[in-house]
Design a binder for this molecule. Structure first.
Ligand code: NI
Length: 187
């Protein structure tokens, strides 16, 4: 019987995976569906969590560590050991609310840049967990935001592509030594 992935919520001196940054073409390559949720995937999930906690993140998608598989790890309560984590494999959006809202986003692939992005307020998603069991989840607030942000990564889309305030974006990117030409604006 496969066991669920349990990871201690702490920082490691040498995280097992390396995060790719804006400007790296790896981030722009779409991820492929996972054919079988096996031990290899569970090891990837474990290492993604360890890498995410080590960088103070609350979500990480496999393409960010150079793996083009549809795997996402999320923990919006990284400081609360008792709160369960979330693993989304092959996630599919079933519903998005018509209602949209603004929320400040950041990304481990674009460190120190935090800017408002407009997205649907609620999301309903179906996916497999790390044991390969099919699940669905309805989310709102921060969790909905993180799910949508991470699912973008699976398509090679970054939150900076969705920022409407171009002037602010350019300024923030330059401040952090990122090239604004690495952004691929949507619409
Ligand atoms: Ni991100």
């Amino acid at each position: 019987m496969p066991a669920p992935v349990i990871v201690e919520k702490k920082k490691l001196e040498t995280p097992p995976r390396q995060i790719h940054f804006l400007g790296d073409r790896t981030l722009r390559q779409p991820a492929k569906r996972v054919a079988k949720v096996d031990e290899e995937i569970r090891l990837l999930v474990k290492e993604m969590f360890q890498t995410m906690y080590s960088s103070n993140g609350i979500g990480l998608a496999a393409p960010q560590v150079g793996v083009h598989k549809q795997v996402i790890v999320i923990d919006i309560e990284p400081d609360k050991p008792e709160v369960e984590t979330l693993v989304l494999i092959n996630p599919v959006i079933k519903k998005l609310s018509r209602q949209v809202c603004d929320m400040e986003e950041g990304c481990l692939s674009v460190p120190n840049v935090f800017i408002d992005v407009t997205r649907p307020e609620e999301v309903e998603v179906s996916y497999k967990d790390e044991l390969g069991h099919p699940r669905t989840l309805k989310a709102r607030g921060l969790l909905s935001r993180v799910i949508q942000h991470e699912m973008d990564h699976l398509q090679g889309v970054l939150f900076v592509d969705r920022v409407e305030n171009e002037l602010l974006l350019t300024e923030e990117l330059r401040k952090n030594k990122f090239s604004p030409s690495a952004v691929k604006p949507i619409k």
